[in-house]
Design a protein around this ligand. Structure first.
Ligand code: C5J
Length: 267
């Protein structure tokens, strides 16, 4: 009997269109060939970072993830170890970046609108959500305000990683920083080709963002001592995943200090 024909995809035209659109308009800018280029001792191999087309991306350094009474705490995590693990490294990156001719300094924050209209039902009240009184929009600890809601004290950045004038803040409703934000357009407009990535938590918003960036053609360097997870083995696994298979998601560098020194040496 002749083998059955595979049924045609529901809308083959849409698939083809999506693939066709992948051209330049969605991809990272070309690396700047003029200007300082830092040689960084990353894994799985060294990377060259063209300062003029490199951005520092700080992901979700918010009280909601680092402080007691925030969203990370509401999910049942011990949040008390994150700050010591990643904020000294983040501070070093920020200090270096603020004194170098990088393309941009970006701060993302997982933040929903007050009316929660940008929070999908699954995230708000789906079967994987915590008990009702610990969900997005609820108040867990008075001084923190509403969990994961833009404008609440707990949704703000921790002091060490507060954005300064001229730096870009990208509120995001999802884990990945490219989803329903203008991040790709911002980076493209600034001619960014490379991202230095730090933030919390390593295996959730940081890794999701790096994978999104990698698909769009951005070369990413994850800074190990400037990122943290509630679950240490997940941080270790993420670092390994990123640089496995020849650097399938990007590069990693162990110390912010070493990266900062390499950037400074290039100018
Ligand atoms: C989480 C994040 N873990 N910023 N968000 O829900 O990683």
């Amino acid at each position: 009997m002749a083998p059955k024909k595979r049924p045609a995809a529901a809308d083959n035209g849409a698939v083809k269109r999506a693939r066709g659109q992948q051209a330049d308009e969605h991809f990272a800018a070309k690396a700047a060939m003029e200007g300082p280029i830092a040689k960084v001792n990353t894994l799985p191999k060294p990377v060259s970072l063209p300062l003029k087309s490199t951005a520092l991306v700080c992901i979700d350094f918010q009280k909601d993830f680092l402080d007691v009474g925030g969203f990370g705490h509401a999910l049942g995590n011990d949040v008390t170890k994150l700050a010591d693990e990643c904020l000294p490294g983040a501070a070093k990156l920020l200090e270096a970046a603020r004194n170098l001719p990088l393309a941009a300094i970006i701060h993302t924050k997982e933040a929903h609108l007050e009316d929660l209209s940008d929070c999908c039902e699954m995230k708000l009240s789906g079967p994987r959500c915590p008990p009702e009184d610990k969900r997005i929009g609820k108040v867990l600890a008075e001084g923190m305000g509403r969990l994961l809601v833009d404008g609440s004290p707990g949704n703000d950045f921790v002091d060490v990683a507060k954005p300064r004038d001229g730096e870009i803040v990208v509120p995001k409703p999802g884990k990945g920083a490219f989803f329903l934000t203008g991040l790709n357009e911002i980076l493209r407009a600034k001619g960014v080709s490379h991202l230095i990535v730090c933030g919390v938590t390593t295996e959730v918003c940081v890794q999701t963002t790096m994978r999104e960036a990698n698909d769009r053609g951005y070369e990413c360097v994850l800074v190990e001592d400037a990122t943290a997870s509630y679950i240490p083995k997940f941080k270790a696994a993420t670092i390994e995943m990123v640089r496995s298979q020849g650097g399938i998601v990007g590069y990693t560098v162990e110390k912010a200090e070493d990266l900062a020194r390499a950037l400074q040496a290039a100018v």
